[in-house]
Design a protein around this ligand. Structure first.
Ligand code: NAD
Length: 280
């Protein structure tokens, strides 16, 4: 299925003309950092499958909410502006989710930032910000989402980690440390929920051409004095054997599988979607 082409469509009709519910109808999904890139594609895909969606993040909020609404199959779409580096903001977002949506069934911990510098030059403030957003925020969202999921005995938690949760690259100390930590946290969450209807898994993407990676392409073009297209090509081939970017839509389709009943026993997995990066 090409999720890029998913549009709101009339609900499928069964032979007797009774409406057939979409797979995620009645569920509510909270996607952190869903105003851009991978998160926006996840929010759109979940909405298209019938889930109510809570969008979160900075930047073009109106555009992101409009995109999710347009793709969603008439389900409820909300927004919360929580800065996920702050525990109190995350608590306020869950209070909103409970009040306006009756809780969260699908949690996608996606918001993340990057900073590239050698360890001895790494700004302490950037280290703290990356650990807070890329790792600690998932602890807060998970501790707040689990009681409701346990009460309903159903839930999906999907942590957007990275190949950098599995292997390292130079000059990304905070990001690599946070993503390795997130994979450990994913496994603990999966074990603590193993005898319930809640699953927790992680996706480990390779390069995806989102604003987060475009900044690295631009820096590389400036550093090497080459055109942007050449920098993009060089960045890809250095690590990703396929030579192609992973797409946000491919990641969203993987997340939809993890939300399905077929994935009931996929627990604590670290699922690479990386063009062969970690096969080397
Ligand atoms: P992006 O920059 O396009 O989107 C990041 C999102 O996080 C935006 O919606 C932004 O507003 C939000 N955000 C940033 N700071 C926030 C904060 N303090 N509170 C709340 N929201 C905040 O990035 P992306 O490439 O789509 O990355 C999404 C996730 O995927 C990240 O966790 C990233 O580490 C991971 N990832 C990306 C790639 C890639 O190649 N792009 C590869 C592997 C993993």
């Amino acid at each position: 299925m090409n999720l890029a082409t998913v549009r709101p469509e009339p609900r499928a009709e069964a032979r007797n003309n009774a409406p057939v519910a979409l797979p995620l109808a009645g569920k509510t999904a909270l996607v952190t950092g869903s105003t851009s890139g991978i998160g926006l594609a996840m929010a759109s895909a979940l909405g298209a499958q019938g889930a109510n969606v809570i969008v979160n993040g900075f930047g073009d909020v109106d555009g992101a909410v409009a995109t999710v609404k347009q793709r969603s199959a008439g389900s409820q779409v909300g927004f919360h502006a929580a800065d996920l580096a702050r525990a109190t903001d995350i608590e306020a977002m869950f209070a909103y989710a409970h009040q306006d949506f009756g809780g969260v069934d699908i949690l996608i911990n996606n918001a993340g930032i990057q900073h590239v510098a050698a360890i001895e030059d790494f700004p302490v403030e950037r280290w703290d910000a990356i650990i807070a957003l890329n790792l600690t925020a998932a602890f807060h969202t998970t501790r707040l989402v689990l009681p409701g999921m346990r009460a309903r005995n159903w839930g999906r938690i999907i942590n957007i980690a990275s190949v950098h949760g599995l292997v390292a690259s130079t000059h990304k100390a905070a990001y690599v440390a946070a993503k390795h930590g997130l994979l450990g946290f994913t496994k603990v969450t999966a074990l603590e929920t193993a005898r319930t209807g809640i699953t927790c898994n992680a996706l480990c993407p390779g390069w995806v051409l989102t604003p987060l990676v475009q900044r690295q392409v631009d820096d590389r073009a400036a550093r090497d004095g080459v055109p942007e297209a050449q920098a993009r090509h060089d960045l890809l081939l250095e690590k990703q054997p396929s030579g192609d970017f992973v797409t946000s839509e491919q990641l969203a389709a993987t997340a939809l599988f993890l939300c399905s009943e077929a994935a009931n026993q996929v627990r604590g997995a670290t699922w690479n979607v990386d063009g062969g990066w970690t096969a080397q």
